[in-house]
Design a protein around this ligand. Structure first.
Ligand SMILES: NC(=O)c1ccc[n+]([C@@H]2O[C@H](COP(=O)([O-])OP(=O)(O)OC[C@H]3O[C@@H](n4cnc5c(N)ncnc54)[C@H](O)[C@@H]3O)[C@@H](O)[C@H]2O)c1
Length: 384
């Protein structure tokens, strides 16, 4: 019932704007109000779970929701077991009402899972980026998909700045020397540079891209950005960043490229062999957006040939990255697991955002408008 009310207020809000094109998509029958089955899929905290009371983003922390949900009479199941026909998640698919998932340990919500999930009403992403969900299937089934927009954008922008510096200064080989008992200044210095004066371009300039540009401003770089939309002139003036309408015109100008778009049908595989070949020889790439925006093998080949002089990011396709994922073994990489947006500060923010949306869902209220990725049968504009 709560979801019926969410859906019907969505219909009212969006009908006049043309956002809602068809109400025939609402084929799903919704469960009545009362006790809900809520399933959370997070990464396991293991021995680290008890080391910080604010470590809410892991299975053991459960986004800090257990006591609150159970006090309201809801059932709350939390697991990291998300793959294969016999996994824990699969057992709950047929009767769960709400699935909370996270990009850091993505529960892939396929069309097949959506079809089986007869009671499912709401898919909440604890974080930003809901591409692990088949959004078209969710829309067709009349489900709501929402994330905690803005919750970890500072965390990611800071991390991107760190990765840029790590690559520009050729930091990792020196660090590895220290651990392996070596001392070879030349082995680092021959390709260590200053960031000052370099041209940095962000592909996608939304919340994270803008924060990154603001953080780069004091480094005196030449800043460029490409996006579907031009940013506010005041912010353009403040950062000194120049808009590049055409991606392929911007890329050859850049010494450093940072990817900050969501993964959509338009950005999947955006950096393929041909596009990478058009970039400067020796380009550095930072990608904390999504692994599948890159053609995996094209990145391996360009890192091996030196065309890409350094590639760093925390996102992979799929996640967790299998042991034989080629990005683990390619040269010139400074990769990590998916960590940038799950700092403790970010966890506190996205846990609070998930709780707020659940509370609104129970009360039949709308969510903050920027949180919706799928609402009333339609995808948010940048995902279409
Ligand atoms: N690694 C992490 O921990 C982490 C954390 C948060 C977000 N992310 C990723 O970063 C992405 C961006 O996050 P955000 O908060 O800045 O999102 P946002 O929605 O504020 O910004 C995305 C920007 O990309 C632009 N864009 C979309 N499609 C485009 C296209 N085809 N061409 C050019 N520009 C396009 C949009 O216009 C928008 O300005 C997320 O979708 C997510 O995939 C990663």
């Amino acid at each position: 019932m709560a979801m019926k009310r969410v859906a019907s207020s969505a219909i009212n809000a969006f009908a006049s704007s043309g956002y809602l094109r068809s109400s025939s998509r609402f084929s799903r029958h919704y469960a009545s109000s009362g006790s809900k089955k809520i399933v959370g899929v997070f990464y396991k905290g293991n021995e680290y779970a008890s080391m910080n009371p604010n470590f809410l983003g892991c299975v053991e922390g459960g986004c800090g929701l257990r006591e609150w949900l159970e006090s309201k009479g809801h059932q709350y199941i939390v697991t990291d077991d998300k793959e294969g026909p016999d996994c824990e998640l699969e057992k709950h698919i047929p009767d769960l009402h709400v699935l909370i998932s996270t990009p850091f340990h993505p529960a892939y919500v396929t069309a097949e899972r959506i079809k089986k999930a007869k009671n499912l009403q709401l898919l909440l992403t604890a974080g930003v980026g809901s591409d692990h969900i088949d959004l078209n299937a969710a829309a067709a089934a009349g489900l709501t998909v929402a994330e905690v927009t803005g919750s970890n954008v500072v965390s990611v922008a800071e991390d991107e700045l760190m990765r840029i510096l790590i690559l520009v200064r050729n930091f990792l080989p020196g660090h590895h020397q220290v651990i392996s008992g070596e001392w070879n200044v030349a082995g680092v210095a021959y390709r260590a540079h200053d960031l000052e004066g370099k041209t940095v371009g962000t592909v996608g300039c939304g919340r994270i891209g803008k924060l990154l540009l603001q953080r780069l401003k004091p480094f005196n770089c030449n800043l460029l950005y490409h996006d579907r939309v031009k940013m506010d002139p005041q912010l353009e003036k403040e950062t000194g960043a120049k808009f590049e309408e055409d991606l392929d015109t911007m890329l050859p100008k850049c010494d450093i490229v940072v990817v900050n778009t969501p993964l959509t049908e338009k950005t999947r595989g955006m950096f393929d062999k041909d596009r990478i070949a058009k970039m400067k020889k020796g380009v550095l790439i930072v990608n904390n957006a999504r692994g599948a925006i890159m053609d995996t093998q094209a990145v391996v080949d360009a890192c091996s040939s030196g065309h890409i002089a350094g590639y760093s990011g925390d996102v992979w396709n799929p996640q967790p990255a299998p042991k034989d994922h080629p990005w683990r073994y390619m040269p010139n990489q400074a990769m990590t697991p998916h960590v940038s947006g799950t700092t403790i500060d970010a966890q506190l923010r996205y846990a609070a955002g998930v709780k707020d949306m659940l509370d609104r869902y129970f009360k039949g209220e709308d969510f903050p408008v920027q949180n919706y990725i799928v609402k009333a049968g339609e995808l948010a504009p940048q995902y279409r």
